[in-house]
Design a protein around this ligand. Structure first.
Ligand SMILES: [Cu+2]
Length: 131
């Protein structure tokens, strides 16, 4: 985590000022800074972020399992032009709103069930079970 904080050092102050904790999705992503992940790396598995006629968007698969040390990539592929985010319920990771074509990768260093959602679509829910 220390390395990541150094990487975003220049925006850390802004992050604190707006307190974008990612817990409730309080804005349109304008002042959101991604945290807890990266945009490049080697993933052990991929979750697609795609459109869905009933829920406006969905994670595919919605539930995935991983081992400690695995890296999960979210591949933003909503061809309808709608933005989505990957926001862990407790703020462990936060992609902020992204357009199709973006990637967000998270390496899980401890076991647990990591539930996440989309900032702007309440019905978009996903979970990574790490064990
Ligand atoms: Cu969404």
């Amino acid at each position: 985590m220390t390395v990541w904080k150094m990487a975003i050092g220049s925006v850390a102050t802004a992050l604190l000022l707006v307190s974008c904790g990612g817990s409730s999705g309080d804005n349109g992503g304008q002042s959101c800074s991604p945290t807890g992940g990266s945009t490049s790396g080697t993933a052990t598995q991929t979750v697609k972020v795609v459109s869905d006629p009933n829920t406006i968007g969905k994670y595919d698969p919605a539930t995935a399992s991983a081992k400690v040390g695995d890296t999960v990539a979210w591949d933003f592929q909503d061809s309808t032009g709608v933005q989505h985010s990957v926001s862990e319920d407790n703020g462990t990771f936060e992609s902020c709103l992204q357009n199709s074509g973006a990637k967000f990768m998270v390496t899980f260093s401890k076991a647990g069930d990591f539930k996440y959602h989309c900032q702007i679509h309440a019905q978009m829910l996903g979970e990574i079970k790490v064990g």
